[in-house]
Structure formats: C-alpha cells, structure tokens
Design a binder for this molecule. Structure first.
Ligand SMILES: [Zn+2]
Length: 373
C-alpha cells in the first residue's frame, strides 16, 4: 500500500485515517474502510476520536453508494495553525499556514534588522496582528518558526554563526522575547528547501540552492533536511569557485557567494532586482554581460553539486524565482562541464516562488502534527 510519508511509526488507525482524509480532501467512512483495509468499527472509532479532537469535521455528503448517501469527512483546516517569520537585512515576512499546510496569511514589511528592543517588540506585534487577522485562538497556534540568515544549533535555539546580520550567539528566547508562542529558529536555505520539497510528490531527494542576497544550500533526503555534524551542511555559498578570487564576508577568497549573490545584479539598479530582469529582457547590453558571467559561475557550482549528490538541483531564492526563461542556457553551460551526462535536465527552478522561507519555518510544526496525531 502506498504511504504518504506522514503516517506515524506505530501506523495507528487514527493517524492513517487522518492523513488519508487530508490527502483526499473529502472522503466517506466506507471509502476509508476500503482504501485503508480497516474494519468499519475501527474507522468509526477513529473518526469519533478525530471529531472529538476537532481536527476533522463532517462536511455534508458525497456521491451515491448503492442508493444511500455517505457522509464525507474533511480536515478542519482552521483547527490548528503555525506561523513562519522570515528575517532578512531589510524585510520581515510573516505567514500563517493552516492545518492542511496551506498559506492563509502573508504580510511583508520593510524594516531593517536591528538588534534592539524596538525591533523585537515589532516582531511580537506582527505576530499578534497575524493571529488577530485570522482570528486564531492562542492555543491553536502550534509554534512560530523564525527563519534567519545564519547557522542554527541542532535544538533550534541559538544562532551559532551569524556574520551576515552580526547576530552570532543570539538565542530564540532573545529574538522571540515579545512573541506570545513557542518559537524555534531555522536556517533560511533549509527553510526554503523544506518548503519546496514538501510540495513535491515526485521528488524525495534534492539539493536546493537559495540564490538571494546571500547564497545558501540545503540537502534534502527523503523529504527531510540533512544537517550534518556541524550542523552546517549544504553551505555551497562558501565553496571555492575561483582560487584567490573575490573577497567574501566570511574572510575567505573566491567563494561562490561572491559571484552569484542576487545583490550583484540588483546593485546595478540601486538594489532593484526586478529592474535588472526587466532590462535583461529588453536586451540591455550591460545586463546581458553581467548575466552571462553570473550564469557561467552558477553553472560551475551547479555541476559540482550534481557531481557530489547525483540528485535534482533546484534553484530557489530571489534569482531562482526569475530563472525560468534562462534555464536552458544554464543547462547548456552545466552540461558542458558534466563528465557523465550530455544534458542537465536534473536542474529545476523552484515551484514555491513566494514566501518559501517563511513557509518553511511554519511547515515543520504542521508536519509534526500530521505524524503524531
Ligand atoms: Zn565565503
């Protein structure tokens, strides 16, 4: 029988039934009994438990089963929620994901990061505002995932490398001081990769490269982030692309980060990346030259990743979201470097183009509930 990846290890009937309802959208007791090969009394008992817990509801009738109408069950999407906050140098994004994992609230504000009380207080206000807007009872919030450009300890409680925003050592208790729910920290590229792989049924393993103002990477195996011993796996931004090359903020030279961060493109237009891609579309010669160089360096990194993992390579982040029209050109460059393959069809553009990072901060809470229910 096909499993959906979120059934708990014990494989309890209740858990299997919940996930079956969630995947089907709407399903009757007799369908559940048939599809999961469970007796009718077992299905009934589990449905009663899930109804009691408020996680599902009976939402009318579907189809005709032998002249008798069958009651259909659906997940009560608003029964639980998780919040994701994406912090960058200049912006804050807050999202809410419902019990089905759908994005139901989004707010992005311009607010430069500052390690001061007013900023932290503002984070709390943004969360309060989101909860109020969706009228979510406080106890229905499973947790808040705070996504940052930094490396996070295994327990999600401390930033142990945070040079980008100069916040090394900052703890979740400090950053979430005014947030009225349980918080965890997540690395930005991992959150983006997790959001992406969560949407994919066809792919279980991938390497996600986040091409934003900084470059990050995430190793995704069996729909989970592989963190390594550090835990600092996937940091492709600091692979050496050019020995002795451009200086990186990390103190090294020639890092991939210094050749393919989004700011290289955006800074041609006072930080406006959209403008860069508009001009590129209009065949602006300066943009075309910079872009050619960008793709050249990117193809080196992409091929290195392919050599190492032999899995799909997914391009995300600000630049990844604009990559579609140029993917064939990048594939050609990457394929030309490949020892074993004549094409680079392993290369893909991210599907989650909006709020991927914030979403990736919220989804782990939702998925834990799917597994544990
Ligand atoms: Zn570096």
């Amino acid at each position: 029988m096909e499993t959906n990846g979120y059934q708990n290890r014990k494989g309890s009937s209740r858990n299997r039934i919940f996930n079956q309802i969630r995947e089907a959208g709407s399903v009757s007791a007799s369908q559940l009994s048939y599809e999961l090969q469970l007796s009718r009394p077992t299905v009934k008992k589990s449905l009663d438990e899930l109804l009691e817990a408020g996680c599902i509801h009976e939402n009318g009738y579907i189809g005709n089963t032998g002249g008798r109408r069958a009651g259909a069950y659906s997940v009560r999407a608003d029964a639980k929620a998780a919040i994701g906050i994406d912090l960058t140098r200049n912006h804050i994004t807050v999202i809410i994901a419902d019990l089905c994992g759908n994005l139901v609230y989004e707010k992005r504000v311009h607010r430069p990061f500052a390690l001061e009380d007013a900023y932290l207080r503002y984070l709390g206000e943004l969360v309060e505002e989101a909860i109020l807007a969706k009228q979510i009872p406080r106890e229905a919030v499973l947790g808040v995932g705070i996504v940052v450009p930094g490396l996070i300890t295994e327990d999600h409680r401390e930033i142990f490398y945070g040079k980008i925003l100069d916040f090394t050592g900052l703890t979740v208790d400090e950053i979430g001081k005014y947030i009225p729910c349980a918080c965890r920290l997540y690395n930005d590229a991992d959150a983006g990769g997790y959001a992406e792989i969560s949407q994919r049924r066809d792919v279980t393993d991938a390497f996600y490269i986040s091409l934003s103002n900084n470059i990050g990477g995430s190793i995704l195996i069996d729909h989970k982030v592989y963190k390594g011993e550090g835990p600092r796996s996937g940091e492709v931004g600091h692979m050496t692309i050019i020995p002795g090359g451009r200086e990186c903020y990390c103190g090294q030279k020639g890092c991939f980060e210094t050749y393919c961060n989004a700011a290289i493109l955006a800074d041609m237009f006072q930080g406006n990346l959209e403008m860069f891609f508009e001009r590129l579309q209009d065949n602006d010669a300066d943009c075309a030259g910079v872009w050619r160089e960008y793709l050249y360096y990117l193809s080196i990194a992409v091929n290195n990743v392919r050599m190492l993992f032999d899995c799909k390579v997914i391009l995300g982040g600000y630049v990844g979201a604009h990559m579609e029209p140029y993917l064939d050109e990048l594939k050609e460059l990457a394929a030309a470097r490949n020892t074993f393959e004549s094409d680079a069809d392993y290369l893909e553009v991210c599907r989650v183009k909006k709020d991927a990072l914030a979403l990736g901060g919220a989804l782990p809470f939702i998925h834990e509930l799917w597994r544990g229910i």
